[in-house]
Design a protein around this ligand. Structure first.
Ligand code: GLA
Length: 393
């Protein structure tokens, strides 16, 4: 019940088959890029913080082939009519909305002087959209990986992730940090992706203990990120840093924040307190992981959630309910820690638990959630998975 709903190979085969049906010829390139969950370090990737996401076993797959024209013809399972646009001109935002992720990435290649050939592509996905699992970053990274293959120009992984992030900024209007695209691009089997968002250095942290499971619980509610909540939070952190008078959050101590408290509003103070606390918690979580101190990690996850709920105010009743239920099940029932993951305002939680009890925990979460909200969350487990890549036959 908890395993991923399809393997990479089966999804790739499915994409090839639909491509053939749709375009009448065989796909020559298949690119895949995963979504992500974040174990800890939330809303601090745009504050020079540390974040600890990993790529999950849910992904976007694109089957494609050059079409000998100067146009991209792209379609998806949910919009088979799709979009057609020129790849030899500068890109503009246009309908359908989802096509802007492709247009943005094509523009990123054009900006680097890399000519993109016309191509046909069919996109399939095992990632729920609007679930806080970075389906848009996965699409951007899958397109970038496909274009590397189609153009024969391989970018450095960091550059590819930054190109994908710029597509999100310029073509989707979300001023996101670097976490999602970095997790999708740098993900490795059995490894968490520790990102230093000031230097953009990446360190892989092993997470392979089979006695531990990570459950992802999708509330199935999404209170849209692009409606301004995300950008407003980001602006508050900029206001906070300006009031403190430092150039990076990494140089701000709790004492610096206290002494600047009268120079900022009460709300900005709380937003800032989240940033300072979350950077410390994330570093603590990495130490706890390296020492195998999982109860410490679990405690930091709960503290992170409380801070996101009370100080940063990006949680919602559905997320709070799942975390509270996990915490009630507690260590006796096999739960080590839980928190909301991703941008918030809906989306998913991440629950660290004992593998032997994971099925029972998932069942208890579903039961309690359904009794409260009248519909079931979607719960699955995921191990840290491989990042964006080309799938060979
Ligand atoms: C979204 C953004 C990320 C990050 C998270 C919150 O997923 O795309 O850059 O800011 O929210 O941690």
């Amino acid at each position: 019940m908890l395993s991923p709903n399809s393997t990479t190979q089966s999804l790739a085969q499915h994409a090839r088959a639909i491509f053939r049906e749709h375009f009448g010829n065989d796909a020559t390139h298949v690119a895949v890029a995963p979504g992500r969950v974040n174990l800890i370090g939330e809303h601090i990737d745009y504050c020079d913080g540390f974040v600890l996401p990993f790529a999950i076993e849910r992904m976007v797959v694109i089957a494609a082939a050059p079409n000998g024209s100067s146009e991209a013809r792209v379609a998806t399972a949910f919009d088979p009519e799709g979009a057609v646009f020129s790849v030899t001109e500068d890109q503009k935002i246009a309908d359908p909305k989802w096509s802007n992720y492709l247009r943005g990435v094509v523009q990123g290649f054009r900006n680097r002087g890399i000519a993109v050939p016309g191509f046909d592509a069919f996109i399939v996905s095992s990632l729920p959209g609007g679930a806080g699992l970075s389906s848009s970053a996965a699409l951007e990274c899958a397109v970038a990986t496909l274009l590397e293959s189609l153009t024969g120009v391989k970018l450095e992984t960091r550059e590819k992730a930054l190109l994908a992030q710029k597509a999100e900024h310029d073509f989707a209007g979300v001023p996101c940090g670097i976490m999602d695209q970095f997790a999708s691009a740098f993900g490795k089997d059995g490894q968490l992706v520790l990102i230093d968002c000031r230097s953009t250095d990446v360190e892989l942290v092993p997470f392979t203990d089979p006695s531990l499971t990570i459950l992802v619980s999708n509330t199935k509610v999404s209170h849209e990120l692009s409606d301004g909540g995300y950008a407003a939070r980001r602006r508050s952190t900029e206001d906070g840093l300006a009031a403190i008078g430092k150039s990076s959050w990494r140089d701000v101590s709790p004492e610096d924040l206290e002494s600047a408290s009268s120079a900022m509003s009460e709300v900005t103070f709380r937003r800032s307190r989240h940033v300072v606390g979350e950077i410390t918690r994330t570093m603590g979580a990495v130490d706890a992981l390296k020492q195998g101190s999982f109860s410490k990690l679990g405690q930091l996850m709960y503290e992170s959630h409380n801070s996101l709920r009370d100080d940063f105010e990006v949680s919602c009743p559905e997320l709070d309910h799942l975390v509270a239920t996990a915490s009630e099940i507690g260590t006796a029932g096999g739960v080590i820690g839980a928190r909301m993951t991703g941008g918030g305002f809906g989306g998913s939680t991440v629950t660290l638990c004992e593998t032997a009890k994971a099925e029972a925990i998932a069942a208890a979460l579903v039961k309690s959630y359904e009794a409260t909200f009248g519909f079931a969350p979607e719960i699955f487990s995921s191990r840290p998975a491989e990042g964006a890549r080309i799938i060979e036959d």
